[in-house]
Design a protein around this ligand. Structure first.
Ligand SMILES: Cc1cc2nc3c(=O)[nH]c(=O)nc-3n(C[C@H](O)[C@H](O)[C@H](O)COP(=O)(O)OP(=O)(O)OC[C@H]3O[C@@H](n4cnc5c(N)ncnc54)[C@H](O)[C@@H]3O)c2cc1C
Length: 288
């Protein structure tokens, strides 16, 4: 039976964080897409809920002074999949948003909820790592910023401290280049068996810089700066993609689950990497 006794509607991130500090039985609720399902299954039984629905600062997408983007934690998946400013290398996030579940879930769920939950099969973590995003966190002590590459620590485990909320995702300025997210799933809308997030920047002087990560093949996104460098130096050639795929399959620690075996995932990773790299190379060529 639910122990829920109180629902709070704070107006600022700091007020939300202050309410969370009241105890371990207090949780925040964003879209409710995952939390309500977890409550129905008795996986969590909060006594108080802190709704983020009325915190105006957490909504919407705005430009930052450095030319990047600030995505409020309460931004829904459907807003992200329609966001034209997620272009070039940042399109990786737009494509990931469009591949989350189905329209009802995309209307309900928020980027902050996905990031805070850190489901290993979620679509955003690898896209955020590939795009070199930064997670902004708010608490009573103020704000702090953690690079996405350091934020996801393990299965449902992040750098989020108790009584702290995800307030925003910060993206670097869009540069010429391409971004893509390729998801292997049993049926459209299912969680990923393996996904590849690729974000490629074409620099006037230095050729290509690549950031990429694999989701669904390990508890946290698999990212290795050495593999990025290998792809960039190899100018996204088939040979570089094969080397990158092999390195990432070796670095991934896939598990068996209802969707696929670990062995299947290990075999899928190099193929997915090769496909993503070939598509990025084609798109860069066409954009010349
Ligand atoms: C049927 C179904 C299919 C799905 N398929 C996919 C899929 O294919 N790919 C995918 O990526 N995801 C999938 N999801 C998850 C979905 O994307 C949810 O939107 C996501 O888990 C976040 O949910 P939410 O924003 O509604 O957060 P909630 O459900 O409200 O909260 C989730 C958790 O995060 C905490 N939280 C929420 N916001 C914050 C915040 N700002 N700061 C700190 N903590 C916070 C809550 O306390 C709770 O513990 C699916 C969900 C469902 C129900």
């Amino acid at each position: 039976m639910s122990a829920l006794k109180q629902l709070h509607f704070p107006q600022t991130p700091e007020e939300a964080a202050r309410l969370l500090a009241r105890g371990d039985d207090v949780r925040c609720i964003a879209g409710g897409a995952s939390l309500v399902a977890m409550m129905n299954l008795d996986l969590v039984d909060p006594v108080e809920l802190v709704s983020l629905a009325e915190v105006a600062e957490l909504r919407g997408i705005s430009a930052t002074p450095d030319g990047g983007l600030r995505i409020g934690a309460m931004t829904r998946h459907r807003e992200l999949e329609a966001e034209a400013r997620l272009a070039g290398p940042l399109a990786v996030l737009r494509e990931a948003a469009g591949k989350v579940a189905n329209p009802p879930v995309r209307n309900m769920g928020t980027i902050g909820g996905v990031v805070a939950l850190a489901d290993p099969a979620a679509d955003y973590p690898s896209a955020l790592v590939a795009a070199d995003a930064v997670v902004e966190l708010a608490s009573e002590r103020g704000r702090r910023r953690v690079p996405a590459r350091e934020f996801f620590l393990g299965l449902y485990t992040t750098a989020l401290a108790p009584a702290e909320i995800v307030s925003a995702i910060l993206l670097p300025p869009a540069a010429p280049g391409v971004g893509l997210y390729d998801k292997l799933a049993r049926v459209a809308g299912d969680h990923a068996i393996v996904a590849v997030a690729l974000s490629v920047t074409r620099r006037a002087d230095a050729g290509i810089a690549v950031g990429r990560a694999i989701g669904g093949g390990a508890p946290t996104p698999v990212h290795d700066p050495k593999v990025d460098a290998l792809l960039a130096q190899g100018r996204l050639s088939d040979a570089a993609a094969a080397q990158a795929g092999a390195a990432l399959a070796a670095a991934a620690d896939p598990t068996d689950d209802v969707r696929a075996s670990a062995e299947y995932r290990r075999l899928a990773i190099p193929r997915m990497v090769a496909r993503a790299v070939a598509r990025a190379r084609d798109e860069l060529e066409r954009a010349r």
